[in-house]
Design a binder for this molecule. Sequence first.
Ligand code: ZN
Ligand code: ZN
Ligand code: ZN
Length: 373
Amino acid sequence: MSAGIIGPMPHDHAERLARARGQAELAGLGAIVVAPGPDLMYLTGYGPPPLERLTALVVRPGTDPILLVPTLERPRAAASPAEDLVGFVTWSDGESMHASLGKLLPERGTIGVIDQMWAWHLMELERELPAATFVSAARTLSRLRIRKDAGELELLARAGRAADETFARVAKEDFAGRAEEQIAARLRELLVEEGCDAASFWIVASGPNGASPHHEPSIRILQAGDPAVLDFGGTVGGYGSDLSRTVSVGEPSAEVREVHDVVRRAQEAAFHAVRPGVRAQDIDHAARHVIEEAGFGAAFIHRTGHGIGLEAHEEPYIVRGNEEVLEPGMCFSIEPGIYLKGRFGVRIEDIVAVTEDSAVRLNEAPRELTLVA
Ligand code: ZN
Ligand code: ZN
Ligand code: ZN
């Protein structure tokens, strides 16, 4: 992704930068240092890879934002929306990049740094500015990104539709006799055919492998009677999808049907609990309660969900202990699962968006147990 105008409407980076400056001021930070990653992309539309050569955006209350870039990456930055948004300072190979960054920052006071800046860059920066105190700016910046605007919601919806269509198409193909990694390769192809810029992940976990939520697709050949967890997604304009469905190769056992039904009811209960004003942990509880009542509590070995946007996992996390109050525009997964070691697993996952009074799903692939050939 290179341009700012990628969705149905261009992202308003100038407004985002202004909000970031406001947040820095509110948090009492003399500056925020943003290294390459989703925060830099969100604020400026510039997405270079994180490298040993330092790139960093400096957001300071009372001044215009400045992007420090290596001289050889200056043309790359010029091709991004950042060109019209920020001032540029370059450093060349052989110069001290950390001293260059230090000069753009206040000598003392508190400086916020994003969590995804390499520890090495931060440690060198601390040596440059011994009188300054460095703190995490993760919370400050995640406040900006946690509520999606209309343009972001449209991209998330498009990514969701591509995942739904991918599921519809793969479910028409033969599963029996193919290896997990062959089906995973098809998921990757179909996601792109259905409109994703790139596939992001492609879990196919059949039979006993289904008991591992993050199973790596293997050479295991699927056979009649296997349940299989499919969990995949891709990005549209940088925004991701994340869909899980569990299928059965031919007739499922009564036990697979029962477990699938419990997970489906848990997913449904959690979805219906979503509305502005409830806490993230209430959604986790709604799903977990159904699974516990059915006697499978110990087999639900992860949180109920995670936020999604420029990152596949971001705030808000739908987990016990998270008292974050849901607000319109928040987007996250609801993905309860039951994992029976050595036997099989079931997971059902949709992305949902909080609306003014309830929620909408961004996935409509059928949630019943789908029988495949
Ligand atoms: Zn996961
Ligand atoms: Zn997933
Ligand atoms: Zn997920």
